[in-house]
Design a protein around this ligand. Structure first.
Ligand code: ADE
Length: 324
């Protein structure tokens, strides 16, 4: 904690700390790097500075502020949970674990992070950073790819933390994992707990944490149809549930459709989700197959929310247009 208070990075959610700001930051930081999160966090807080402001906004606008961050169910759930806090708890983020953990989208990590960092409650907040630090420090070889392994590390944290300094303890361990005890080439010479570290003294930093490989991702192949008319392009809104729910994209069709329509091949986009890989061939076409398409001009396009995969397609279509 002495190290943390000396070395901690100056991050936007460490200013004007309140439970709402901590909550939003912790949700954004799940699966996403700090450098990526910072500009999104600042824009989000400028538009939704209070929990009431976020609760009052329309879901589509809230998702728009998340555009490009991925894992969009995070923000849909956060929005629902925040609306519940305003409706049921008068806008005060509940401090009681039994209440907080029942909110939409809130799991053990978010519960521990918000209750400890915002309310200094002695709860563990175990993410990948924390498991990496603790597995190395104590030589714990349990497989962190297995969900129930998190419980082992929660026990370790409970025994280790000073209950009156839960906030600095948890955030300090996360910070150590993010900046010093990194997955590759950890900077052990800068580490405040080097002398006690099992991995350092046994020189097994590369072996810990143990993490088995994920199964192969599912491969999906599509054609995307880029169809222009009078300064507009054809889009379709994805269904309201499932992958990339409610987001807009060029018509995405079975492989072969672009060719059947005599389209001009523009190029291929690859996009990796956590468990699916998309290979999309982009074609410019004059006509579209039968279906529900919407024509969006540039102004309308800027208002709707699109996925990163769609951003890649648009960039590729735009680059092709410029060379014509
Ligand atoms: N990763 C997730 N939450 C974090 C935090 N509060 N500080 C540093 N890294 C983090």
């Amino acid at each position: 904690m002495t190290w943390f208070n000396r070395e901690k990075r100056d991050l936007p959610w460490r200013h004007r700390k309140n439970p709402y700001r901590v909550w939003v930051s912790e949700v954004m930081l799940q699966q996403t790097r700090v450098d990526t999160v910072i500009p999104y966090y600042n824009r989000f807080m400028e538009r939704f500075p209070t929990i009431e402001a976020l609760a009052a906004a329309e879901p589509d606008e809230v998702v728009k502020y998340w555009e490009g961050l991925g894992y969009y169910s995070r923000v849909r759930n956060l929005h629902q949970a925040v609306r519940e806090v305003v409706a049921v708890y008068d806008g005060v983020v509940p401090e009681e674990k039994e209440r907080f953990e029942k909110l939409k989208g809130v799991g053990p990590y978010t519960t521990g992070a918000v209750l400890s960092i915002a309310y200094n409650q002695p709860e563990p907040a175990v993410d990948g950073n924390v498991m990496r630090v603790m597995s190395r420090q104590f030589g714990i070889y349990d497989d962190i790819a297995i969900p129930k392994t998190r419980k082992i590390f929660e026990q370790v944290v409970r025994r280790l933390m000073d209950p009156s300094h839960a906030s600095d303890f948890n955030e300090g361990v996360m910070e150590l994992g993010a900046t010093v005890c990194t997955p590759k080439n950890p900077m052990c010479s800068l580490c405040p707990v080097q002398d006690d570290c099992y991995a350092y003294t046994h020189n097994v930093q590369d072996e810990l944490p143990v993490k088995t490989k994920k199964g192969a991702a599912r491969i999906e192949m599509y054609d995307a149809l880029y169809c222009r008319q009078d300064g507009r392009a054809a889009y379709v809104k994805r269904p309201d549930a499932g992958l990339l729910a409610g987001m807009w994209q060029y018509p995405l069709t079975d492989r072969g459709t672009g060719e059947q329509l005599n389209g001009t091949y523009i190029g291929q986009v690859k996009h990796v989700f956590s468990h699916i890989v998309w290979y999309i061939d982009l074609y410019e076409v004059e006509t579209l197959p039968v279906g529900e398409w919407t024509w969006l001009d540039e102004e309308a396009r800027d208002v709707v929310t699109v996925s990163v995969a769609q951003q890649k397609l648009e960039q590729m279509a735009g680059a092709k247009d410029e060379t014509v």
